[in-house]
Design a binder for this molecule. Structure first.
Ligand code: ATR
Length: 273
C-alpha cells in the first residue's frame, strides 16, 4: 500500500484527505492519505520518521511550508522562488519539494474561465501572505505585464515585491479603488470575506466587465467580492478549485495517476465546508 498524508499544526481543519481519498477511490488505488499533526519542534524528526516508515510523500501546510523547503534536497525552481513548499515526494532517501499553490490557482482559472489569459493585462493582487506569493509568481510566469500589489501591512507587500522585481508595483491599501480600472485580473488572497471575517471594502464600479475576479476564500463559495463582481457583469471564479488543483501534482507523484478535478469532487468537498 502506498502511503501519503498532510502534515500541519493544527491539522484537524485540513480538507486534503477528502480530496485524495476521493481520488484513491475513483482510480481504485491501493493507497492511504492521512492527517498528521507535527509541532514545529518535532517537524524535522517527524518527517524523517515518516520517510523511514515508507511514506511516498506528504503535503505540508501551515506553519511548516518554509521549513519543508529548507529540509528538501531537491526543490523545484518555483518552490525556491516562492520560498515555501507544500508538496514533498520521497525517493531513494531524497526529498523532492514543490510548491503547487500557484499552478493550482492557474489551472482553476483555466478550467473555469478558459478565455482568461494572464498576459491580457495587469493584475491587482490583494494581500501579501504565503498564498499571494505563489499567485504573484504564477501571474508573472504566465506573462502578466504588471502586478499591482496591495496589503493592509504595506511593508509586507514591499518585501514581496522585492523578490519579483519591477513588474510588481506596490500601492497603499487605502488607494485600491484608484487602481482597478482597466485591469485584466483581480485576486483576493486575504482572509477578508471568509466566514467569521469582515468583508473586503472595495468599489468595483470602475472595473470593466472583461475583468476576471477571483477569490482564494472558498467558505463561503460566493464571497461578497464575487457577488459584487457578478452584479457588474465580470467573470468570476471561486477559490475552491485552487484547493483541488493544487493537490494534483502530489497525487500524481505518490500514486502514479494524474487525477481529474471534476464536479463530483467539488460537491464532495463542499459537503464538508
Ligand atoms: P496565506 O498564507 O493564506 O496567504 P497569511 O500569510 O496569514 O495567509 O496572509 C493573510 C493575508 O490576509 C495577509 O495579506 C493579511 O494582511 P497583513 O499582512 O496586513 O496581516 C490579510 N488580512 C488578514 N486580515 C485582514 C484584515 N482584517 N484586513 C486586511 N487584510 C487582512
Amino acid at each position: 500500500m502506498i502511503k501519503a498524508g498532510v502534515v500541519g499544526w493544527p491539522i484537524e481543519q485540513s480538507k486534503s484527505p477528502i480530496i485524495h481519498n476521493y481520488w484513491l477511490d475513483k482510480y481504485n488505488i491501493n493507497g492511504s492519505y492521512k492527517k498528521i499533526s507535527l509541532s514545529p519542534e518535532n517537524f524535522k524528526l517527524g518527517i524523517k520518521r515518516l520517510m523511514n516508515d515508507g511514506y511516498a510523500g506528504l503535503n505540508i501546510t501551515v506553519p511548516h511550508k518554509e521549513m519543508a523547503l529548507e529540509i528538501s534536497s531537491n526543490p523545484t525552481e518555483r518552490a525556491k522562488k516562492i520560498g515555501a513548499a507544500n508538496t514533498l515526494i520521497f525517493k531513494k532517501g531524497k526529498i523532492y519539494a514543490d510548491n503547487t499553490d500557484g499552478i493550482g490557482f492557474l489551472n482553476n482559472l483555466t478550467q473555469l474561465a478558459p478565455d482568461w489569459k494572464a498576459d491580457l493585462g495587469p493584475a491587482v493582487v490583494l494581500g501579501a501572505g504565503g498564498a499571494s506569493r505563489s499567485i504573484v509568481y504564477s501571474l508573472l510566469n504566465e506573462g502578466a505585464p504588471k502586478v499591482i500589489l496591495t496589503n493592509r501591512t504595506y511593508e509586507r507587500a514591499k518585501k514581496l515585491s522585492n523578490i519579483f522585481g519591477e513588474k510588481v508595483l506596490v500601492i497603499n491599501w487605502e488607494n485600491i479603488n484608484k487602481h482597478i480600472s482597466g485591469i485584466n485580473t483581480l485576486v483576493n488572497t486575504t482572509t477578508l470575506g471568509m466566514v467569521g471575517s469582515s468583508n473586503l471594502e472595495i468599489d468595483l464600479s470602475t472595473l470593466s466587465s472583461n475583468t476576471l475576479v477571483t477569490d482564494i476564500v472558498y467558505n463561503p463559495l460566493k464571497t461578497p467580492l464575487l457577488e459584487d463582481a457578478n452584479r457588474i457583469g465580470c467573470k468570476t471564479v471561486d477559490g475552491l478549485g485552487m484547493l483541488l488543483h493544487q493537490a494534483v501534482p502530489g497525487f500524481k507523484g505518490w500514486f502514479g495517476v494524474e487525477p481529474k478535478v471534476d464536479s463530483a469532487l467539488r460537491d464532495r468537498v463542499l459537503l464538508e465546508l
